[in-house]
Design a protein around this ligand. Sequence first.
Ligand SMILES: [Zn+2]
Length: 283
Amino acid sequence: MRKFSLILSCFASAAVADDYQIVTSIAPVQGLVAELAAGAQTPELLVPAGADPHEFSLRPSQIRSLQTADLIVLAGNGMEPWWDDVADLVSADATVLILGSGPSVAQYAVPMRQDPGVRDPHMWTDPDVAGIWAERITLMLRAIDPENAGTYDTNLQSTLLALAEVAVTSQAQLAPIKDVQLVFGHDSLQYFELAFGLKFGGALSDAHGTEAGAQTVSSIAGLEGPACLVIDINEADDHGHALIEDAPSVQLDPLGSTLLGQPNFAAALIAHLAEALASCAPS
Ligand SMILES: [Zn+2]
């Protein structure tokens, strides 16, 4: 009898948990929510791997997902250029969590390099910010699904521990490239550079994906000293190679699309970026 009621209660909690629909925008947000909700909820991802978030349009089925979602989690600061068009369509009962805004992240926010009036949206590449985002997500998960609060708390502790550890190991791994001027195909790692004291050499497209002007291109071509070309995995950037042809180049995945589903996703993303950039070290 005891066994039977235990099984019943398991089914009951699974049924309740399945009633919540969590929709996330981009891979780094989905990966973080998924690791924090592991064992209780599975968040949907709108912008699929391989798609450029700065140039993305929602399909009708994705708009329907947003309309029926209980919790919508976004990076914010223009990372979801489609959001303003659909914000009025979501249910009045839905909770919308914009991770890149609010007082808890304000002290970490930095403006886009090319536009001081606009916040750079790629905040998840700072391990401290990822930790704050994780705490905010956990608060929301606990609020919509209090039955699984224990699971969310356990997951959060694991996430924060992994982020603290990767911050230390990455700092050591990146020490040999502190003087290397990093030239980016897309300006997506400003927060990572600030967190680990790295040197920016230029970017061929800005933090919103707009191509660099002639002045920026010529300043990159004129760089002196060690440099390294850093290209997103989805980019084929012969242009950058031509500009700094003697410099080494690395490819990396700032969105973590290739790391989705890994345990401690947020820390795995920081580790991936550090490992890729470490190979910029002068030989
Ligand atoms: Zn970007």
